[in-house]
Every structure is written in C-alpha cells, then in structure tokens.
Design a binder for this molecule. Structure first.
Ligand SMILES: Cc1cc2nc3c(=O)[nH]c(=O)nc-3n(C[C@H](O)[C@H](O)[C@H](O)COP(=O)(O)OP(=O)(O)OC[C@H]3O[C@@H](n4cnc5c(N)ncnc54)[C@H](O)[C@@H]3O)c2cc1C
Length: 373
C-alpha cells in the first residue's frame, strides 16, 4: 500500500484548510488533501471578499477583529500586493427596515447614521425615495482572497507541508491511535490528528470517520457581474439594504457585483446559479439604484455552510485527534487568519492567548451537548 506518514492531515484546501495547514506546518508535518484539481474551487473561489466588522455572532466578531492586523500587515513575503483595500459599507433602509437599522447601529461598533445626500454623493445612482435612512461602516475593506489563499498555501509548502490535489478522502478510520485516510488515488495518508476543513462536505467527512454530524447546512448564494453603464463604480461603497435582501460591491471601474443575498438550502455540490435568483438580484438592486442592465457579464453561486446556531465550529470533536474547522458561513474570509491561529493552538494544546474568549463559543461539542440535553 502507498502510505504517507504525517503529524496532521487537513481535509479540504479551501481557505479554512489552507489557513489551518499554514499555521500547523510551522511545527507539524502536514498533508493537505483536496478532492478537486485545484485548491479553492468551491466556496473559497466564489466569495464577495469583504471584511465587515459588524457581521455574525460574538465568535465571528472576535475572529474578525483578531484577523484585521494580518490583513493590514501580513508577514514578509506572504503576498506581492496589499491584501486589503478600504471599502466602506452602506446600509440603506426603506421605511419598513428603519427599526432594524436603528437596532443594528445600536449594537454595532463604528457604525453611524449618514444622510441620504451623503450616500448620493458617494454613489450618484441612488434612487430618490428608495431609502428613508442610511448608515455607514467606514472601516471595512475588500480582501484579496486569491492572494490570501495562495499565501497560506505557499507558507504550508515552504514549511515542508504537502498539498495533494485530486485526493478525495474516501475512507477514514482510526487504528492504534492513528487516523488513516484513503484517497481517490488509492494512497493512504496517516497521522494522529485529522482536521476536517471540508466546507459544505464537513458532515460527510465526519460520517466517513464514523462520527456524528453536527448538522451543517450548506446554503446557496448567487452573484453576478454587470456593467454599470456610464458610471465608474470603482470607489463606490458596498451598498445593500439593511434587511439583507440585496447588495452590490464594485469589482472594478465598470464591473459591479450584484447579489440577492439568497440563502437556499442545498446539499453539498458544485453550486450553480439559478436564473431566477439572478433576476431577483437585478430587480431588487434596480428598485434602489438607477442602473440599466443590458447584459449579465458573469454569474456564479457558492455554498455558505452554517452550523445549527450559525456559529463557527473550530476545535476537537468527540473522537481523539479529530478536529472540526467548519461552519464558516459568510465569514470564512474575514475570519481566516485568526481561525487558523486558533485551530493550530487547539491542536498543539497551546494557550490561544487573545483568542481564548472564542474557544467555548467555537467548541464543536456544543452541538452534541445540546442534542443530548
Ligand atoms: C457568494 C458568496 C459571497 C461570500 N462573501 C464573503 C465575504 O464577503 N466575506 C467572507 O468572509 N466570506 C464570504 N463568503 C464565505 C466564504 O466564501 C466561505 O466562508 C469560505 O470560502 C469557506 O471556506 P472553506 O474552506 O470552509 O470551504 P471551501 O472553499 O468549499 O473548501 C472546502 C474544500 O474541501 C474539499 N473537500 C470536500 N470533501 C473532501 C474530501 N472528502 N476529501 C478532500 N477534499 C474534500 C472541497 O473540494 C473544497 O475544496 C461568501 C461566500 C459566497 C458563496
């Protein structure tokens, strides 16, 4: 049998697996197993790539804030260009969303009301009469996702880690304290520790190992790119409604990403955009913004996978040496640097330092406990 011996096997080479592998590779022999021909083919290659402070639950906010320094000043040689580009986020409230927006401002950090004239000055396409109130989070930024993902993969390789592509873990078992993963190539990888970073397939990987799933639900989100006509949108803020029914994010001078912020339950799969969702995205956007759309340049969909409480699951599961790194939902990019650090500290049984408050919040065992109660 073609057997490869490591200290840690990481299953899935999206952003979760890449940051886990990079942080572990400094001190462990790491193999990163990826089912597809390229790393980042699924959710990681399909995100909107934005860092928003006031997003998600307490666990997400801790890891989002703790990741900020990395985006601003990554280690020397990590990426050729900057990982972060400032991009304010503007929330627009039609009359029926005003209360919701007020509550969001009250519980958020660094978020304040701004006048609709100020929004109009930033994005002169806002239709008069759509919103009655607006708020801005100035301190957000676009993430260069490809550079971050490649940076973590490079760090893994430089530290001696191995990325095995076209290597779907199909059989997982533990023998004499060692995990074995037989991949689609027939090779067997062994290690005392396994990290399940399989994204939408996280529960499937647990079942392969004979372990209970945590109840992950992949949800499809759709996006498309349009040309905003005569407008140069490069410096517009991200604009969306306060009720999360749509948003737009500039990709370049003449490229605007539009999403209906959909969350359609899905099985784990190669998600494809539904024409209806694309039409909904355009319709909702056009109620707010005066942008004619003659052609959709590009459309895609990806799976955002949520745990039952929509929090992250990072830490050891019921079985010795089996770690979860799943449930990144819509925040896998903005939490990635700190999430990898946290996972590596938990695997190595090191003090997670400033991330300690996130440990109980991210504990994957909370789902087993609530099922037993
Ligand atoms: C439209 C959209 C917009 C988004 N916007 C943002 C945003 O603005 N900011 C943000 O922070 N996040 C955003 N996200 C969320 C972010 O993309 C995800 O949280 C993140 O990509 C999840 O990464 P992952 O590594 O867990 O999953 P994935 O990238 O899906 O990686 C999992 C990998 O595991 C592999 N795998 C599965 N099973 C096996 C197996 N048995 N053996 C080997 N490999 C296996 C898969 O092939 C896959 O490559 C968005 C997502 C979408 C879809």
């Amino acid at each position: 049998m073609d057997t490869h011996v490591f200290d840690v096997l990481v299953i899935g080479a999206g952003i979760a697996g890449a940051t886990a592998a990079a942080h572990l590779a400094a001190t462990h022999r790491v193999a990163l197993l990826e089912a597809e021909e390229s790393a980042g083919y699924h959710a990681t290659g399909r995100s909107a790539a934005i860092w928003i402070r006031n997003y998600g639950g307490a666990d997400v906010r801790i890891l989002t804030a703790a990741s900020r320094g990395f985006f601003e000043a990554p280690p020397a040689g990590f990426a050729e260009a900057s990982l972060a580009r400032p991009r304010p986020v503007v929330h627009l409230a039609p009359a029926d969303q005003v209360e919701h927006l007020r509550a969001t401002i009250a519980e958020g950090d660094d978020m304040r009301e701004i006048s609709l004239d100020a929004v109009q000055a930033m994005a002169p396409v806002l239709r008069p009469g759509y919103a009655v109130m607006a708020a801005i989070e100035s301190d957000c930024f676009d993430i260069d996702v490809a550079a971050m993902h490649q940076g973590f993969l490079r760090q893994t390789r430089l530290a001696g880690g191995v990325l095995a592509l076209r290597s779907r873990a199909g059989r997982l078992w533990r023998e004499n304290g060692t995990w074995h993963a037989e991949t689609s190539t027939g090779a067997v990888f062994t290690a005392p520790t396994i990290v399940n970073a399989a994204g939408a397939w996280g529960d499937e990987v647990a079942r392969l190992a004979g372990l209970a799933p945590i109840g992950l639900q992949p949800k499809r989100r759709t996006a498309c790119i349009i040309d905003p006509g005569d407008h140069d949108c490069a410096d517009w803020p991200l604009l969306g409604d306060a009720g999360h029914g749509w948003y737009v994010r500039p990709e370049a001078r003449r490229k605007l990403m539009v999403s209906p912020a959909d969350e359609t339950d899905s099985d784990p799969c190669d998600a494809q955009p539904d024409e209806y969702d694309v039409a909904v995205a355009i319709d909702r956007m056009q109620q707010a913004l005066d942008i004619p759309v003659s052609r959709i340049e590009h459309r895609w969909a990806g799976l955002r996978s949520f745990t039952p409480d929509r929090g992250l699951a990072i830490g050891q599961g019921a079985e010795a040496g089996f770690f979860w790194m799943v449930g990144q939902g819509g925040y896998g990019m903005q939490t990635a640097p700190a999430a990898g650090r946290l996972l590596a500290a938990l695997v190595a049984q090191n003090d997670p330092g400033a991330l300690a408050a996130a440990v109980p919040l991210c504990d994957p065992m909370r789902f087993a406990r609530s099922a037993a109660a």
